[in-house]
Design a protein around this ligand. Sequence first.
Ligand code: HEM
Length: 231
Amino acid sequence: MAWVTQTLSSSLGRKVIMSLTGLFLSSFLIIHMAGNLQLFKGDGGRSFNEYTYFMTHNPLIMTVSYLLYSSILVHALMAFILTRYNQSSRPVKYAYSKPEANSDWSSRNMGILGTVLLLFILIHMRTFWYEMHFGSVPMAEYDGKEYKDLYSVVQAAFGELWYVVLYVVCMVALGYHMAHGFQSGFQTLGIRHRKYTPIIESLGKYFFAIIVPAAFASMPIYVYLQVHHFI
Ligand code: HEM
């Protein structure tokens, strides 16, 4: 197990762990977004409830969930350790450093964006995940089979304007975090290719930084408008 302690105690090893966990979390985002699109079905929440039932009862997905929770924690912990290490190894800033001239806003604010996202995930999991597992969620019946009516929990949460605003703001943070994070993950792993690197960069800049956060942000907005009979 010496390689584990060695990896965890070297700066490069920590960066590699951050890249691997970050890219795994990016793949989770695609699946989570695709599944939550069931909210737009307009079938009173049936597809959404069937989807969440599947996600919380399939043994393979349940196992991957534990990998997901650990990845969130490890990713955040490594970011914290690396930031502290960088600060302590250079306590006085370079006199002539002009970071805004050499890097973009996202890359200089990954720490604060990540902190916002960690807080978002905690609030989000308290609202949905905790209710699903430990709360008293009403039941719905489809074709004689009982399901937890998580759709009603979603409606109650996204029926509140402040909650919708919180989600939209956090999705802007997600967009900026991904704009730098996705391509940076590949760069740290040393994956550079004349043909594929531009594809990876575009995927980060357009798909992960714009389309995915916009799709997530549209969910609370849509449910809010539906709950209040605007649509
Ligand atoms: C805005 C639309 C979203 C909706 C409607 C939504 C809905 C849900 C629901 C119902 C659950 C609990 C059921 C389950 O475990 O499958 C859940 C879990 C979770 N969500 Fe979301 N979510 C949204 C956005 C996000 C975003 C943007 C992130 C991350 C940045 C996120 C991260 C998570 C995580 C980590 C879990 C725990 C997953 C697990 O237990 O396997 N969600 N979400």
